[in-house]
Design a protein around this ligand. Structure first.
Ligand code: UGA
Length: 434
């Protein structure tokens, strides 16, 4: 089958490459000519493990190509996916749909035959209807369907998530569109992946409900971690103890510095906006957002309390800057709360990150970037482990002790064991563990 993928951001590029791996012919379209030129040269604009090899092999096989010209792609496609950005609109937190609507209009002008337009961008409930109205307006006589097909890809394991998803959700009431989507995802149904067919608005809401529920699990366990600290309990064992209950599940119960990234913060806010607009407030999601915000804002105080109440004149080594490992993405990373707060209070910050430095530099210009953990720690008064990259999981503890002015570590990801660090002579604090 032939697919057009509009937008070569994270979702569009991963989905396009994976559909071509399924054997479909995929043309990825983006208005950014330099991006398309780079992709044509085999350069991948984002860091995602395995994506470069997938793009290379499918481009070589002639199943995956790139263009800036939508007119080259749309006519003759069985499905046109919209995978453009929906950033938070400045000021009100609503998802900004201008790119989705612009894409819909342009696609509409180019459609010649029955086609399914599939929304993969994360869009508020009702957007599919708007897209349909826009296209109907440009091509009143044409037969087409607009379906919703949200993505559930995690950065860092996006290819695995696409190839072996827990489920695929498709929202459309048209049997013809269902058939097209069924054929596109056929390789997955052979693996018995559940494909949930539902109505379009329900499908749109499933995406927000899924991300908001996952964010809820995180804020819940983070609050439990605070309670554990107050009563002397261990949050990792609490997570295990509740997670073994199949109704709760063990995933997404890692306490930490608060969730970040391009999805949870944006999508929880957008869902709250939708709820507010319909007069149906979502008190739980509201609390989840508040808990997360306050948690990130309180990170600097934890460092301060380990440095006798003041960071002024002190040097803090920060290991990890991205919002999670295996990505170069800095969006809404806890580093963006922690580091400016430390610098404002007079600390010197030395930081390192395996992939995030290029994105971090313009956002955090006031710090020293180091090549590795040991360089960052050299001469520091405390080490803060912020992102659990593999490179920070087996540090040479005696070596970092000798590099620090005093052996202090704040482990915001519970990577190390408290007893081992204590035995090594460290003042060590982690999240929700005695
Ligand atoms: C998230 C969802 O997991 C994907 O299913 C979804 O498709 C995607 O958003 C999206 O909407 O596009 P992602 O933002 O890449 O994926 O990252 P996650 O692995 O979900 O992590 C998000 C944040 O939660 C990170 O800051 C991470 O450190 C934090 N987290 C995650 C925790 O603090 N504890 C956990 O137990 C899990």
């Amino acid at each position: 089958m032939r697919i057009t993928m509009v937008g070569t951001g994270y979702v569009g590029l991963v989905s396009g490459a994976c559909f071509s791996e399924f054997g479909h012919d995929v043309i990825c379209v983006d208005k950014d000519a330099s991006k398309i030129a780079r992709l044509e040269n085999g350069e991948i604009p984002i860091f995602e493990p395995g994506l470069d090899a997938l793009v290379e092999s499918n481009a070589k096989a002639g199943r995956l190509s790139f263009t800036t010209d939508l007119a080259e792609a749309v006519p003759g496609s069985d499905a046109v996916f919209i995978a453009v950005g929906t950033p938070s609109r400045r000021g009100d937190g609503h998802a900004d749909l201008q790119y989705v609507y612009a894409a819909a209009k342009e696609i509409g002008t180019l459609l010649e035959d029955y086609t399914v337009i599939v929304n993969k961008s994360t869009v508020p409930v009702g957007t599919g209807g708007e897209v349909e109205a826009i296209i109907r307006d440009v091509k009143p006589a044409l037969e087409f369907d607009v379906a919703s097909n949200p993505e559930f890809l995690r950065e860092g394991s996006a290819i695995e998530d696409f190839m072996r998803p827990d489920r695929v959700v498709v929202g459309t009431s048209s049997e013809r569109a269902r058939d097209v989507l069924r054929r596109l995802y056929r390789p997955l149904s052979l693996r018995e992946t559940p494909i949930l067919f539902t109505e379009r608005t329900t499908s749109e809401l499933i995406k927000y409900a899924a991300n908001s529920f996952l964010a809820t699990k995180i804020s819940f366990i983070n609050e439990m971690a605070d309670l554990c600290e107050a009563v002397g309990a261990n949050v990792q064992e609490v997570a295990k103890g509740i997670g073994l209950d199949g109704r709760i599940g063990s995933k997404f119960l890692h306490a930490g510095p608060g969730y970040g990234g391009s999805c949870f913060p944006k999508d929880t806010l957008a869902l709250l906006k939708t709820a507010e607009d319909t007069g149906m407030p979502l008190r739980i999601v509201n609390a989840v957002v508040d808990v997360n915000k306050m948690r990130k804002e309180a990170l600097a105080d934890r460092v301060k309390s380990m440095l006798d109440g003041s960071v002024s004149g002190k040097t803090v080594a920060v290991l990890g800057l991205t919002f999670k490992p295996n990505t170069d993405d800095m969006r809404d990373s806890p580093a963006l709360d922690l580091i400016p707060a430390l610098v404002n209070e007079g600390a010197t910050v030395r930081a390192c990150d395996p992939e995030g430095v290029e994105q971090a530099r313009p956002m955090l210009p006031e710090i020293t970037y180091c090549d590795d953990a040991y360089e960052a720690i050299d001469g520091a008064d405390i080490v803060v482990l912020l992102t659990e990259w593999n490179a920070f999981r087996a540090l040479d503890i005696p070596r970092i002790k000798s590099l620090l002015t005093a052996p202090k570590m704040l482990d915001l990801r519970n990577v190390y064991r408290a007893d081992e660090m204590r035995d090594a002579g460290f003042t060590y604090q982690s999240i929700g563990r005695p």
